[in-house]
Design a protein. Structure first.
Length: 187
């Protein structure tokens, strides 16, 4: 285990957390995290990324990547996207996917730490458009466990795929459970 992975495992262990994972079913993919209810999720994610030793990146609004924070954000795995553009996210991310032999993009489908009634469907369209699997990850505060054991190839049948996703996330608890929204897309 590399030094960073060992250090991250030790830090998580000190706080009672552990990472449970299965190797990905491909060298590229979209990892979604649910529920996302706390700023602590980011810190846990950075530590989990080190433990997993995968080239994992996260999408952030491009305004987070201005001076003096750009270098730090990129070093932590950030990929800037212009969220004011309603189309073209798949194309923006395709360029990132093409740059590396191994590349995983991490997205929170709720899009915020606040309660939402619907998930944003971008992660689903990205996975289908780029023909990559979904990694269904969670920060379960009840178990103090970061779990990335379920890799799923979306079929294009939204109802079937969302039923599988709901089943995987059943019973998972974020830091603030009242902020976890329904697992569903807007009709």
């Amino acid at each position: 285990m590399a030094f960073r992975a060992t250090l991250a495992t030790w830090i998580l262990g000190l706080s009672g957390w552990r990472v449970v994972s299965q190797p990905p079913s491909a060298q590229k993919g979209v990892v979604i995290i649910y529920p996302h209810t706390s700023n602590w999720d980011f810190i846990l994610g950075v530590l989990a990324r080190a433990v997993l030793q995968l080239r994992m990146h996260w999408v952030g609004k491009h305004t987070l990547f201005s001076w003096p924070f750009e270098s730090i954000m990129r070093a932590l795995g950030g990929v800037p996207v212009d969220r004011s553009q309603t189309r073209g996210l798949v194309e923006q991310l395709q360029k990132e996917f093409d740059r590396y032999e191994q590349f995983f993009i991490v997205i929170t489908p709720e899009g915020t730490r606040s309660r939402t009634e619907y998930w944003k469907s971008g992660f689903y369209h990205i996975a289908l458009g780029l023909k990559v699997p979904l990694g269904l990850a969670t920060f379960d505060y009840a178990k103090r466990e970061i779990d990335l054991t379920n890799w799923y190839w979306p079929t294009g049948d939204k109802e079937k795929d969302m039923a599988h996703i709901r089943e995987v996330y059943r019973g998972r608890r974020g830091k603030h459970p009242e902020l976890a929204g329904e697992i569903r897309f807007r009709e």
